[in-house]
Design a protein around this ligand. Structure first.
Ligand code: OGA
Ligand code: MN
Length: 277
């Protein structure tokens, strides 16, 4: 695939590319946005470095890719309801979303993607891992692919590890939102690329429709271990001004919680997705 305006530099053969040649505080041309979108689809997650963008630039850039949605579990910044602060403070031990996951698959229409801007980073640590779920699907045997093709997964916002990881962020919210549950195909077809995607995740998937726990438990445990193999991943080391834009339909991510005693502040905007099929 060739690019004329941007220059993608792949991180690993599996996923992730750093994009140079664009300043996200500019009003980018349609062809530039189209190339960024093409790179997002190709690499599953794209990264930008040394971007000096304000919340208004962040919003303007995100809007070029579709409608924005509020994140259901945490409130946004003052004056910017669509920008959710993803924060871990010095005295906190849990990091937000601190387990492998695809964002909010407990919604009927999970997001297309998210754009995360690094605002304050620990001196070391706080990297984020990403994994390519098209590659995870392809690596399964034909027999497993055939079996999974007919199955529906049940996803919930209330799984322990994830619910814990949000608690510090919900302290000032008054009532914590009720658990949300949604059913999606175990294998979804990417709406833009047609690629088949393994669409369960350890953060949110609690069962398989029509199976009891004795059946779905071992199957899901296998899939959770399968899908996070190093060969499907890349690891992004953040710097001030770094931005990650992930395709939430075809990737998962895992923020590493290795910087206790230090603060990490990120700003996130979420793009509306569609019903997985
Ligand atoms: C998120 C998330 C990753 C990170 O914002 O959805 O999982 O690196 N954050 O903070
Ligand atoms: Mn996340």
């Amino acid at each position: 695939m060739t690019y004329d305006i941007i220059q993608p530099h792949a991180l690993t053969p599996a996923c992730g590319a750093e994009i140079s040649g664009v300043d996200l505080s500019d009003d980018l041309s349609e062809p530039a946005i189209a190339e960024i979108r093409r790179a997002l689809l190709q690499f599953k997650v794209i990264f930008f470095r040394d971007q000096n963008i304000t919340p208004d630039h962040h919003l303007a850039f995100a809007r070029r890719f579709g409608d924005l949605v509020d994140y259901p579990m945490v409130t946004g910044l003052d004056g910017y309801p669509e920008i959710v602060p993803v924060v871990k403070l010095e005295h906190e031990t849990h990091n937000f979303g601190g387990i492998w996951h695809s964002d909010t698959t407990y919604l009927a229409e999970p997001p297309l993607g998210a754009i995360l801007v690094a605002r304050e980073l620990p001196p070391e640590g706080g990297d984020t891992l990403f994994a390519n779920m098209g590659m995870a699907y392809e690596a399964l045997s034909d027999a497993m692919k055939a079996m999974l093709g007919g199955l529906t997964a049940i996803n919930s916002s209330a799984k322990d590890a994830v619910a814990k990881s949000r608690k510090d962020r919900q302290k000032n919210m008054g009532a914590v939102p009720d658990p949300l549950v949604a059913e999606h195909p175990v294998i979804r077809t990417h709406p833009e690329t047609g690629e088949k995607i393994l669409y369960v995740n350890i953060g949110h998937t609690i069962g398989i429709k029509g199976m009891d726990a004795a059946e779905s438990g071992p199957l899901l445990e296998f899939l959770f271990a399968h899908q996070r193999q190093d060969e499907f991943t890349c690891r992004f080391k953040w710097q001030p001004g770094s931005i990650a834009f992930w395709d939430n339909r075809s990737s998962q991510h895992y923020p590493i919680n290795d910087y206790h005693g230090h603060k990490r502040v990120m700003h996130r905007i979420t793009l509306a997705g569609d019903t997985p099929v």
